[in-house]
Design a protein around this ligand. Sequence first.
Ligand code: 13P
Ligand code: 13P
Ligand code: MG
Ligand code: MG
Ligand code: MG
Ligand code: MG
Length: 364
Amino acid sequence: QKITLSVIKADIGGFVGHSAMHPALMDCANEKLAAAKSGGLLVDYHVSACGDDLQLIMTHRHGVDHEPIHRLAWDTFEAGTAVAKELHLYGAGQDLLADAFSGNVRGQGPGVAEMEFVERKSDPVLIFMADKTSAGAWNLPLYKMFADPFNTAGLVIAPTLHQGFRFEVHDIYEHKKISFDCPEELYDMLMFIGSPGKYTIKYVYSRADGTIAAASSTERLSLIAGKYVGKDDPVMIVRAQQNFPAVGEVLDPFRYPWIIEGWMRGSHYGPLMPVSVKQATPTRFDGPPRVACLGFQLADGKLVGPRDMFDDPSYDEARRDANRIADVLRMHGPFEPHRLPLDDMEYTTMPQIMKKLEGRWAKV
Ligand code: 13P
Ligand code: 13P
Ligand code: MG
Ligand code: MG
Ligand code: MG
Ligand code: MG
């Protein structure tokens, strides 16, 4: 019997500003999901938050893209939005871009990472949640986990990992996908995933037995809305051990605070800082961007946990490095490479400024 793990998230209002989650929204979500569990739709659930993004981690028996599950998430976000409005929280309902639910939350604003699989005898899963960054921020860590032997010793040592992994990469502008078998096609793949604003790793599969190893959310809010409406703040599910990297191999890519887009007004590059859920409250210049990770053991679909994986002194240096990099980037103020390149500014007020100055340009 297969289990489905669905992580669906949305920013439905920040406390204070865009920095964190108000406990009343968590209470509201817990109530909704508890009802769905006792009604039998869910096997289990856990509600969490990363910055101002509400995270619904759910297990069930219905497969991916199951309408009642997506509807449950949407209804929960709508109920939470009503609470956020009462409290005048910031950006109430920010990520609910559609007026009404239409069968699936994909393309409606919320981010989704889902996978269906046969549960192993012991099945450790890791849920990554980011704030102040965009879909594509997982490209580099996923590459490190599943394709870099300097990160993942198992690629050399473990016979099953030694056979490599298949990466499904999406072109999020053209809505098309391609798969790369690594290690043979590493160099081809890197040409694409090195531009995470356009190409994002959606799924990773074990080549030893074809099972799914990782799933990420790839929804790009600015492309859905046609303008800047907040950052994607993506999520990702990674399974660990046996045919997959060990838990520590999955976490190790976050030792280095990779520079990713999404800081302040979604318009700046900043370092991705690994933190505990408690510290996933981006404050300095609305950042720096954060990543938190919750670990669970599945037990017949039950979520045993969570463990707060970055709540560990071995990530202290990563946090210190992130603060140092943040200082260097902040020095640049409104200049690139702190500010995003021109193309990305087109989703901000830049077109209005261009229009205002249209007649003022003289030929040189
Ligand atoms: P244990 O002996 O603690 O299970 O470690 C196994 C392992 O290989 C971890 O990377
Ligand atoms: P969120 O997407 O987390 O709401 O970020 C908004 C923002 O740009 C804060 O500076
Ligand atoms: Mg927000
Ligand atoms: Mg956010
Ligand atoms: Mg956001
Ligand atoms: Mg052991």
